[in-house]
Design a protein around this ligand. Structure first.
Ligand SMILES: [Zn+2]
Ligand SMILES: [Zn+2]
Length: 126
């Protein structure tokens, strides 16, 4: 199986990506990845087109589902506007609202500094 994206902790294969493309909200998430995140990954040597890198960003976020405030894994609540960030609780969504609004649904939003974001790779799952 062809590997679409190398970076750990996930091995992203073409069929994992195809499966996600069929999920409601995933395409929206891809289109809302801020350009600064894409540029950063390109600097790190991520291959492929900007759109492929955006797909990869969204896929990593959907697979780890880190809370955008505390970094907890497998968080259930997703930002309904950008479909790109997750929260462990409604309380954390509310607390992060002001900070997240700067980049939510914006291609020109600032870089991601949330826990578990791509600048700060999550630890290996035990
Ligand atoms: Zn949280
Ligand atoms: Zn959002």
């Amino acid at each position: 199986m062809a590997e679409v994206c190398g970076p750990k902790p996930f091995r992203i294969t073409a069929d994992v990506l195809t499966a996600h493309m069929g999920l409601p909200g995933f395409r929206a998430a891809v289109s809302n990845v801020p350009a600064v995140d894409i540029a950063m990954l390109r600097r790190q040597g991520c291959p492929g087109s900007d759109d492929m890198v955006a797909q990869c960003v969204a896929l990593h976020k959907w697979m780890s589902r880190n809370c955008n405030l505390c970094g907890a894994y497998d968080s259930e609540t997703r930002c309904k506007k950008c479909n790109l960030v997750f929260y462990c609780t409604e309380e954390h969504r509310q607390k992060n609202k002001k900070a997240h609004r700067l980049r939510c649904c914006r291609r020109d939003g600032p870089a991601d500094t949330a826990p578990g974001c791509l600048t700060d790779p999550p630890p290996e799952k035990k």
